[in-house]
Design a protein around this ligand. Structure first.
Ligand code: NAP
Length: 482
């Protein structure tokens, strides 16, 4: 199947694949070349509301579908994604830029949410117990929240949607997903795969648009929408939380991060260097859980820095579909400019570039792996999500000092600690203000674990047993039993 064929560029609303009411389209580009690879329907508010009509009409049938049947459809989606991994992965690389091996890993990760929540769909339970005073009985009944609106980012075009759609369907909710305008194709392909797997019309709707504000605000203003789940920047998350307040919507917010990665002097340095490479360079550094600040304890600073810089300098940059490439392009020219400015700011304040040759000429939105040392505390990159392949290395001398620095941010998504000391690791686990922590590991994403941040990194959890609860309301009944 040609994934760029016209049928894949239309909106998925109810049982139809259709153009935007206005007939408008927008272009999707390959960030490695800057060339247009597809035109996609550009939905307006009316199209968004048509998707909500479809999701609302499908809700009674879907929520009444036996959990075992819902589970089977999620399993069928998992199988199909797995069988078609190469096709999906190539599309991810084409529209987002990440190297093909990483795109394959994203397909495996995204598919796993369908398998995990297929297993959860048949384990939704209520409770029946005696009130403490013995006077009556308490019954709790979990129910699907209702039609859900999902707004997703471009950095994981499949997984960020899968992480929402799978638990929502398991719980009996219907969905409308608005993928990022830069990477709409993968979500359209997922909707096609789910249609072919037998998921009924109206349960999975996908609305692509260049007018996110207009479409999403219309959806959030409509009282039929009962839940918003958003993954993206904290800045846009704040805007959407304000809009969601209008109808007091349930919300899940997966927002930005500013992860500290801490290497203690007693760490196994092989493990620490491997972990730092993954935490920094997975997804070309364009990840909410990317290591943004690397703190190394003074006695091992030189050795860690030399080994990490050597690994960063050996990475090969190019088109993600080419063999041997470890670093693809950034998503767009604005990202390259932002990162170049952050590096210039740090260098202007005294940082030294150990690895990295600055913004390259030529087509595509590339920025080379870069390592900075002697980065002063007031450098902007220590306060901002870098979201690219740039690693500032800093040093520390006491755990209290590094813990205070790591926590000195409005974000609280994740941190990483490398140490052989059990008590030391546990002290960090208790003291770091984050929703997640990697201990001697640079990769923490796992569908069976609760992903999510604290502070301004978000509200709620995705994945794990907790994940399905985000899509369930509880009705409690007090029952007199004389
Ligand atoms: P973004 O600019 O916040 O956009 C995310 C989504 O929101 C896109 O679909 C975007 O649509 C839409 N959007 C933008 N403005 C909107 C508005 N006014 N109303 C409604 N929707 C709006 O984020 P991004 O650049 O795509 O992604 C990077 C960010 O996502 C980073 O901050 C990263 O940390 C965060 N992230 C967090 C997690 C997590 O799990 N915590 C995971 C991945 C990424 P358009 O594409 O049309 O602009």
């Amino acid at each position: 199947m040609n994934v760029l064929a016209p049928g894949h560029r239309r909106l998925r609303i109810g049982d139809a694949w259709r153009d935007a009411t206005s007939g408008a389209t927008f272009e999707v580009e390959d960030p490695a070349t800057g060339k247009t690879i597809a035109e996609v329907a550009d939905a307006g508010a009316a199209d968004g509301l048509a998707a909500l009509d479809a999701a609302s009409e499908a809700l009674p049938g879907w929520s009444a579908t036996p959990p075992r049947r819902r589970s089977e459809l999620l399993t069928a989606t998992y199988r199909s994604l797995t069988e078609r991994s190469e096709e999906v992965a190539r599309l991810i690389t084409l529209e987002m830029g990440k190297p093909l091996a990483e795109a394959r890993a994203e397909v495996a990760y995204g598919a796993e949410f369908f398998r995990w929540f297929a297993e959860e769909a048949v384990r939704v339970e209520g409770r029946y117990n005696t009130a403490p005073n013995g006077g009556y009985r308490i019954l709790t009944v979990p129910k699907p929240v209702g039609p859900c609106v999902f707004v997703t980012p471009w950095n994981f075009p499949l997984a960020m949607g899968a992480r929402k759609i799978a638990p929502a369907l398991a719980a009996g909710c219907t969905t409308i997903t608005k993928p990022a305008a830069q990477t709409p194709l993968t979500m359209l392909l997922l909707a096609r795969i789910m249609e072919e797997a037998g998921v009924p019309p109206g349960v999975v709707n996908v609305v692509t648009t260049k007018r996110a504000g207009e479409v999403v605000s219309a959806l959030l203003a409509d009282t039929r929408t009962r839940k918003l789940s958003f993954t993206g920047s904290t800045e846009v998350g704040r805007v959407l939380l304000r809009q969601a307040a209008g109808n007091v919507l349930r919300t899940s917010m997966e927002l930005g991060g500013n992860a500290a990665l801490i290497v203690c002097a007693d760490a196994d340095l092989d493990v620490a260097v491997d972990g730092a490479m993954v935490a920094k360079m997975r997804n070309i550094g364009e990840s909410c859980i990317a290591a943004n600040r690397i703190y190394v304890e003074e006695p091992v600073r030189e050795e860690f820095t030399a080994r990490f810089a050597e690994r960063m300098g050996a990475l090969s940059m190019g088109h993600g579909l080419d063999d041997g490439v470890n670093v693809g392009p950034l998503i767009d020219g604005d990202s390259v400019t932002k990162i170049d400015d952050l590096v210039a700011d740090a260098v202007g304040r005294g940082a030294r570039v150990l690895v990295g040759s600055g913004r390259p000429d030529g087509p595509g939105h590339f920025y080379p792996p870069t390592v900075l040392v002697d980065v002063p505390e007031d450098a902007r990159m220590l306060r901002t999500e870098i979201f690219g392949p740039v690693a500032p290395i800093l040093s520390f001398t006491t755990d209290d000092e590094v813990m205070a620095k790591a926590n000195d941010t409005e974000y609280g998504l994740v941190a990483y600690v490398f140490t052989r000391g059990l008590q030391r690791a546990l002290r960090f686990a208790e003291g770091l203000d984050t929703g997640m922590l990697g201990i001697n590991r640079g990769l923490i994403s796992d569908p069976s674990a609760p992903f999510g941040g604290v502070k301004q990194s978000g509200i709620g959890k995705e994945g794990s047993h907790e994940g399905i609860g985000e899509y369930l309301d509880l009705t409690y009944a007090a029952i007199d039993l004389p």
